[in-house]
Design a protein around this ligand. Structure first.
Ligand SMILES: CC(C)(COP(=O)(O)OP(=O)(O)OC[C@H]1O[C@@H](n2cnc3c(N)ncnc32)[C@H](O)[C@@H]1OP(=O)(O)O)[C@@H](O)C(=O)NCCC(=O)NCCS
Length: 172
């Protein structure tokens, strides 16, 4: 069984991303080619889970975002400014060679981050665009809701910050 470390910020000098393979080449390429640039430009912060040899086995990238108040469900938009403040999960992927709940552990880390951000600056929801149908049901299993329920071609999902405690409890 692969022994893994807790999520930490990507450090290009220490973390080895060269062989990362999630099965989604665009997510693998982004980690190798753009994660550091995005960190430097303050457009996305990438957190990684590594094994004890500092080989990356999972990552998630996060950014602040705003949800257009005219489109989301009432619970997201109610009494909120426009745009509604939120945390964006830009990318999340786990290497195919490991299967230890690392994706779920990364989500738990993101949700804890959202709670902390909410305390400091207000964050009504965590949002993500699922990669495909399988990813969408994976997010829904974690409590995320579609912005457009009933539309099979819609992949945008959200979890209210007020719902995070319930999701975290279901994971423990
Ligand atoms: C999606 C992904 C991040 C999940 O990571 P992971 O580490 O394999 O996920 P976990 O091990 O934490 O969770 C697996 C659990 O979800 C369940 N699961 C897997 N796919 C599922 C699906 N499509 N619908 C519902 N549940 C699903 C598994 O049965 C497992 O349940 P268990 O813990 O009760 O055994 C990973 O498969 C991946 O990187 N995929 C390619 C990139 C991608 O789709 N990223 C999402 C971007 S939006």
């Amino acid at each position: 069984m692969t022994e893994v470390r807790r999520p930490e910020p990507l450090d290009s000098k220490r973390h080895d991303r060269s062989a990362f393979d999630s099965g989604a080449p665009e997510l693998d390429d982004w980690l190798r080619r753009y994660a550091t640039q995005n960190r430097r430009g303050n457009t996305a912060a990438t957190w990684v889970v590594t094994d004890r040899n500092s080989i990356v086995v999972g990552y998630v990238s996060l950014s602040m975002t705003g949800i257009d108040r005219s489109t989301p469900p009432a619970l997201v938009a109610q009494h909120a400014p426009d745009p509604v403040p939120a945390l964006l999960i830009g990318r999340l992927a786990v290497d195919r060679s490991v299967g230890l709940g690392i994706g779920t552990a990364l989500v738990a880390h993101v949700l804890a981050t959202a709670v902390s951000l909410n305390d400091q600056a207000a964050c009504r929801a965590v949002v993500v665009t699922a990669l495909d149908d399988a990813a969408r049901s994976w997010w829904e299993r974690l409590g995320f809701h579609p912005f457009a329920p009933g539309d099979p071609s819609a992949f945008d999902l959200y979890l209210l910050t007020t719902e995070i405690a319930t999701t975290l409890q279901s994971l423990s």
